[in-house]
Write a protein that binds this ligand. Structure first.
Ligand SMILES: *Cc1c(COP(=O)(O)O)cnc(C)c1O
Ligand SMILES: [Zn+2]
Length: 422
């Protein structure tokens, strides 16, 4: 197991704590998988009582960095549901769509998968304090796992730009919270500087151990499909950690002989936070950071840290990158919510983007698609209230306004008639 620079190829031992190569390049973990692995091994652990077997991350430990068991902090995470919803497949225009709901992780987002590995690595290497910059979900996850690990945490968030639920979670789990006058990208830059200056263990997805844990979204998904492959995997892209992890997962599964031909990957960005999409459109010849603005706060990121790693994912899978407007993603969210599943705004880019890619002919109507929902509905109730009750809601066919009546059967009858027509 080695850390390897994606730019210059320089190698470092895996127990060395560093955020980047000396050349500034991103680090990638090479597990050195050379012999075939049987998926039976992972299947036998399902339903097991072992602490690590119960985790939808550590169940796949042969495909993860080796960390001593007594350093491993697990809640346990993963094992999220896979929803096969015909109405949403029809709306998107594909034959079959399964949605992997990563918002069902312990702190309500996929971040917990990466966090269990990176927080365990932090504990193992004796970190005195851990830190992250966050649009809210990473901070909630860091605060929770650091508390469990018994390590203090400090999180940097853009002031006024994260939802009340995410801020509340982070406060409750006891992290020191630093609000930045600036956006996420400014918070990210500051935390990286602070990490270098003070030796703080950085828990953002620049950390290759975060990537490693996030790979397991794909392992867990494939195991639920009894190791059958979808044609496409579709997911949101913000800081691009998850998109990067997916590529790393595919490389590892090929090395382990579990997968021959990788599925194609589509990354969806919000139109107001779309530097990866613009780079894709240039054939990855240029990459320009931008000032980001979108209602989907979890992906309101203009200078994604993991650009180079995510680019590899698109290249090795002959993938695609698409953008969706705030209106498109909020309408898709209303569809997912109304189906009884629910997710936060950023997650709904998956369905909105899939629909656009089908309309554009990039994804075939007979495709079998797996979509990733990244965060829980309860993470952003402000967005729900705004959509259904706020400005413009009268023009939204899916808007669902509570009604106020006098407590009489007469008054109720008018409401019942409408309810029956839904
Ligand atoms: C973090 C996050 C994203 C973006 O993931 P990246 O790995 O940064 O691209 C999307 N949706 C939700 C809900 C998130 O918390
Ligand atoms: Zn390097």
């Amino acid at each position: 197991m080695l850390l390897r620079c994606m730019e210059c190829g320089r190698e470092y031992p895996a127990n060395e704590v560093r955020n980047r190569c000396d050349c500034g390049g991103l680090l990638d973990i090479d597990l050195g998988i050379t012999s075939p692995l049987a998926t039976d091994l992972f299947d036998q652990r399902l339903g097991g009582r072992g602490r690590l077997d119960q985790s939808g991350v550590w169940r796949f430990r042969e495909l993860l960095p080796t960390i001593p068991g007594d350093a491993i902090v697990t809640k346990p995470e993963g094992n999220t549901n896979l929803y096969d919803v015909e109405s949403l497949a029809r709306w998107a225009g594909v034959e079959r769509l399964v949605l992997k709901h990563e918002g069902e992780n312990p702190t309500g987002s996929f971040k917990d998968r990466g966090m269990t590995v990176a927080a365990s690595h932090a504990k193992w290497t004796g970190a005195r304090i851990v830190a992250c910059a966050s649009t809210g979900n990473t901070s909630a996850s860091v605060a929770s796992y650091a508390a469990l690990a018994g390590v203090p945490s400090i999180v940097f968030v853009p002031e006024g730009k994260i939802s009340a639920a995410k801020l509340g979670q982070t406060i409750a789990y006891g992290a020191t919270i630093v609000q930045i006058r600036g956006d996420f990208d400014a918070a990210m830059k500051l935390v990286e500087q602070a990490s270098d200056a003070y030796g703080i263990y950085l828990l953002n997805s620049i950390n290759p151990f975060r990537m490693e844990g996030q790979k397991t979204i794909l392992f867990d998904l494939l195991q639920q499909l009894e190791w059958a492959l979808p044609d496409w995997v579709v997911l949101p892209g913000g800081n691009l950690g998850n998109s990067s992890a997916l590529g790393r997962a595919l490389i590892d599964l090929q090395a382990a002989g579990i997968l021959a031909e990788p599925p194609r990957v589509a990354v969806i960005q919000a139109a107001g936070a779309s530097p990866f999409y613009e780079a894709f459109r240039s054939g990855f010849r240029s990459f320009e950071p931008m000032e980001a603005e979108t209602v989907a706060s979890a992906i309101r990121i203009g200078n994604p840290v993991s650009y180079a790693r995510a680019r590899r994912t698109i290249e090795i899978t002959n993938g695609a990158v698409e953008i969706v407007s705030d209106t498109e993603l909020l309408d898709a969210k209303a569809m997912i919510d109304r189906a009884g599943i629910g997710c936060e705004p950023a997650s709904a880019t998956t369905l909105a983007g899939l629909r656009k890619l089908v309309q554009a002919g990039t994804i075939a109507p007979n495709a079998f698609v797996a979509g990733i929902l990244t965060g829980n509905l309860m993470k952003d109730t402000e967005a729900v209230i705004d959509y259904h009750l706020g400005a413009g809601s009268d023009e939204r066919p899916l808007a669902n306004k509570p009604v106020l009546i006098d407590p009489t059967l007469d008054a109720l009858e008018g409401v019942l008639a409408g309810a029956l027509q839904r």
